[in-house]
Design a protein around this ligand. Structure first.
Ligand code: DGL
Length: 260
């Protein structure tokens, strides 16, 4: 079984991508519904919440844990990796993909990259290290969009979200940018709105890269399930308990399927 964790329903966008890469697995998706959003919490609180989820996964004897939450990754990943013996795969903003895309645009001036994420992700040491490792400090601009997490949790994908994104984009000179990186798994639901409001920009998230990375790691460890051996399944857990609202998860998954 593979454990996939997020503060809420954002990580379902990564889960769906993982299922496309690894279709014969059993999945346990853990949404910390009682505590979402994490971006308004202290790092100590987030560590405690993630610890609860990790302990739940360990009891379930998962073979790997996927942190499908950029915010939790930035707060906890080093500590988790130093303590746990199973592989911990973690999403991070797809800045490298955007930088590579920027370089590939021949004969054009290098443009800037707008990274949209939660405030915790954007001010983290880990994010700064990522930007520095790509020598991209001069071209990366940060934009915190914490309201999008709340809107996604409330299934508000229409007018309110459009106004919020549009107002935010109006604060910057969009012509300076080549791309937007959606550095929070909740933001992927709004990808069509970003395309609509900034049609000239490329939009990236970390889902594809993380799913590929997970597959490579499991393959190296010989941990990929063989077709037909165990049936594909997904369980949805909310803050440690099986969900009482499967329909809600199904509505989000239907929305993700429309994105692809
Ligand atoms: N999906 C989380 C992320 O990728 C959202 C964080 C939150 O709960 O504020 O960062």
């Amino acid at each position: 079984m593979i454990g996939v964790f997020d503060s809420g329903i954002g990580g379902l966008t990564l889960l769906q991508e993982i299922i496309r890469h690894l279709p014969n697995e059993q999945y346990c998706y853990y949404a910390d519904t009682e505590n979402v959003p994490y971006s308004t919490k202290s790092e100590e609180q987030i560590k405690e919440y993630v610890e609860n989820a990790v302990n739940y996964f360990l009891q379930r004897k998962v073979k790997t844990i996927v942190l499908a939450c950029n915010t939790a990754t930035n707060v906890c990943i080093e500590d988790l990796r130093s303590r746990l013996s199973i592989p911990i795969i973690a999403i991070q903003p797809a800045v490298k993909v955007a930088v590579d895309n920027d370089k590939s645009v021949i004969n054009s001036q290098r443009k800037n990259i707008l990274v949209c994420a939660t405030p915790i992700t954007l001010r983290s040491v880990r994010f700064q290290r990522l930007v520095d490792s790509l020598n991209a400090d001069k071209i990366v601009e940060r934009m915190a969009l914490p309201e999008l997490v709340k809107l996604a949790e409330k299934e508000e994908f229409g007018r309110l979200a459009e106004e919020y994104i549009s107002n935010t984009l109006q604060q910057i000179d969009i012509s300076k940018f080549s791309s937007i990186v959606l550095g929070c798994t909740h933001f992927t639901y709004f990808e069509p709105l970003f395309y609509q409001l900034a049609p000239q920009l490329s939009i990236f998230d970390g889902n594809e890269g993380t799913a590929r990375h997970l597959k490579n790691i499991l393959s190296k460890l010989n941990l990929i399930s063989i077709k037909g051996k165990i049936p594909f399944s997904v369980e949805y857990i909310e803050s440690g308990k099986p969900t009482q609202n499967l329909e809600r998860f199904q509505r989000y998954i239907a929305r993700i399927e429309q994105l692809n």
